[in-house]
Design a protein around this ligand. Sequence first.
Ligand SMILES: Nc1ncnc2c1ncn2[C@@H]1O[C@H](COP(=O)(O)OP(=O)(O)OP(=O)(O)O)[C@@H](O)[C@H]1O
Length: 474
Amino acid sequence: MSNSPIKLLLVEDEDDFRETSARWMERKGHDVSAAASGAEALELCAQDSFDVAVFDMNMPGMSGMELLQRVQQDKIEMEVIILTGQGTIESAVSAMKLGACDFLTKPCSLGDLEHHCMLARDRGRLRRENKQLKAIISRSRPALELVGESPSMRQVVKMVHKVAPTDKPVLIQGESGTGKEVVARAIQQNSRLSDRPFVTINCAALPEQLVESELFGHQRGSFTGATSDKPGLFEIADGGTLFIDEIGELPLSLQPKLLRVLEDGSMRRIGSHKERFVNVRIIAATNRDLAKEVESGNFREDLFYRVNVLSLQLPPLRERSGDVDRLVDHYLPVPWHVDQTARDALNRYPWPGNVRQLINVIQRATILADGHDVTLDDLPSEIADCADGDAPRHPSDRGGNADSSESDHGDAAFKPESLKLDDIAKAHVMYVLAKENGNKAKAARVLGIHRRKLYRLLERFNGSEAEAPLSAVE
Ligand SMILES: Nc1ncnc2c1ncn2[C@@H]1O[C@H](COP(=O)(O)OP(=O)(O)OP(=O)(O)O)[C@@H](O)[C@H]1O
């Protein structure tokens, strides 16, 4: 508790008590203004601001309770303590419901009065700090802009505004990079929980055994490495929104636990018997067809119905007419410019990695281009190839046939033996991903690897961005 002086407003009609308390508090170093009635107190509030006010409940004219109501109506910021006589505890409780922070029963010692005023002052300070921090956080949050004017994107924006005000779970489906997380944030920012936590978890990016501990937390000693108690993301997001990305990857063994928390808000940390209750709005996303996952037994039907109360389908970028140009203009820094042939290629390309891929292609082009003009030469070859209407090809086609590789790429010096194994792996993974329209689950199946392995490979390839043929796909 801080010892700094309190700016105090003392409102009490009994002259003796008012004067004695004011003198005592002043002797203790506090800055006291005293009023003998509610009307006088309101006049003082109009001229000055106070940390704490003490209102006597029973005053002739305006009672302490009426004064409190006026203070609330006029949004006067200060902590109010109510002074009551013996046997009027119920009215003290009603005063606290109205916004008083504390009450004291008369007769009370002057030491008690000072102690309660100091507690109230500290509480007020914390409240103000909390408000300031929230304001700072919301201002430092990047402005969310869902770029796109195509009919399908307009429909998405309409849905965002429809589902946002409800507290119901939302399922967002769409290919990788279509903007599922951006849409989830837009829903949260347009909801009544916009100033509450927005917590995210990606079920595919975490090893299976970590997902449970991340979501539900654990008790110290519940497994090797659990050296301290840890709250899970459900507890951290309590009162706010939890975005569960790649929910289709949630291990079957964990699905009943998620179902339970969705049904009645109850959950237990790993290794703990204590039941906890949370109130969290769930927004989930997947690039799998969850209904099919239910049919094939990978996803529980009851959980599917729970998360799929409201659903939103994000169209792939290739189906958003005109949006490629809009996104290019949005992400291209001033004073950069894209020439028409490059623009045609960008518009023809099918964008298997969707908006994320487009952003990376633009960033990469601004690094490679001369001056401020992006031309076909600054685009990855599979995109540049689309300028004349060609479909994208497997990068390793370059080495398959000397003649065709020369005519396709004009690269007579190309030598397959000069390729590094990692380059070939990257090219092949990106090719398969492009063929599967960015669907990582399908791509992983074609490649014969687990989806988590594919994530790790993509992360690695993203580290060597500038060389990646489809470097944007995460
Ligand atoms: N409509 C849009 N307007 C502007 N930027 C967008 C839009 N859609 C997506 N983006 C940007 O594209 C990138 C990828 O978006 P996001 O992470 O939301 O995709 P996702 O569908 O959640 O991908 P994944 O399935 O791989 O998790 C982000 O940088 C995001 O800001």
